[in-house]
Design a binder for this molecule. Sequence first.
Ligand SMILES: NC(=O)c1ccc[n+]([C@@H]2O[C@H](COP(=O)([O-])OP(=O)(O)OC[C@H]3O[C@@H](n4cnc5c(N)ncnc54)[C@H](OP(=O)(O)O)[C@@H]3O)[C@@H](O)[C@H]2O)c1
Ligand SMILES: *[C@@H]1O[C@H](CO)[C@@H](O)[C@H](O)[C@H]1NC(C)=O
Length: 300
Amino acid sequence: MRVLVLGATGFIGNGVAQAFVRNGHFVYGQTRSSSKAAQLAAQEMTPVVADPTKPETWTQLLQDDVDLVIDCSASMADLKSLAESIVSAVKEAGKKRPSGYPPLNIIYTSGTWNHGNNRTKIVTELSPTTSPMELVAWRSAVEKTVLGAPEVNGIVIRPGLLYGYSASLLATLFEQAEATKQVSWYGKPGGRLGAIHIDDLADLYLRVGEASPTLKGIVFDVVNPASESTDDVLRAIARVTGADPNIVYKEITNPFEACMASSQICPPSLGRALLGWFPKKRSLVDGMDQYYAAWKASRS
Ligand SMILES: NC(=O)c1ccc[n+]([C@@H]2O[C@H](COP(=O)([O-])OP(=O)(O)OC[C@H]3O[C@@H](n4cnc5c(N)ncnc54)[C@H](OP(=O)(O)O)[C@@H]3O)[C@@H](O)[C@H]2O)c1
Ligand SMILES: *[C@@H]1O[C@H](CO)[C@@H](O)[C@H](O)[C@H]1NC(C)=O
């Protein structure tokens, strides 16, 4: 396939783009920075240096070149408007394809925080997301737009908390444990984490991408089949970093902390049923020594 990955230098985007490269696909990797373009070229992608909020700089590719666009971009400042502007640009480009061209396929990256917070209730890809976490309350509307757009084949992937290599959001916990010899977390003990290793997530994107013409309107939750005890994860971090084994719980002070403290039990089923996908990596707790060593090494 011919694929454009938006956010190809990111934690998810780079893993995903490399999975497509390794499986023989032609990959354009988008970045805003010309200095990061060389890294993408070295990984056998064709770099596209463009600002995703300026559609005129990259959407021509969608009109007459690529089969599939994968949005893995993120913005620290305003993820909502970035996502909205990308999705509307992709829909516009989808409309402008010459007649006779098959529809453009798009995978939008959402997240399991859309399921809200519950420590006991099991939810699925088919569950309504009527009480999402406040930070991502806007995201259900973007998902709906992607899934229902008549101009494109829209698919949504909702990853859980990512781990592996440079550790994504968990990096902060390792840093803090090393610096203060203390592991602290938000809310109260007893949480459940739905986590997924980037390699397993990238494998799901690859399978979804390859089958994308047949998957219009489908949502995939992507976490390990069993959730993990948040307390076990925090204790494992304390153990590998040599921090105090007693975890400190702090009051939640903002919507991001509420997301980190939240629990979702959303065992994936469509990835396996439709695409034979099954995660292979060790869980966060079982693999923690390796994951900590990888994070440490990735800093230098
Ligand atoms: N990490 C997780 O645990 C996790 C879990 C579930 C869902 N997600 C979702 O997955 C998506 C990707 O997450 P990630 O952790 O892989 O992101 P990331 O590594 O923080 O960032 C991805 C890329 O987005 C680009 N970017 C950053 N700021 C931007 C801006 N203002 N405008 C345009 N592009 C910008 C950057 O590329 P350049 O600097 O090269 O342009 C960056 O490499 C997000 O939507 C996130 O909500 C993440
Ligand atoms: C979790 O779900 C159960 C069962 O539907 C419900 O009784 C409970 O109130 C929910 N908990 C929260 C925190 O929403």
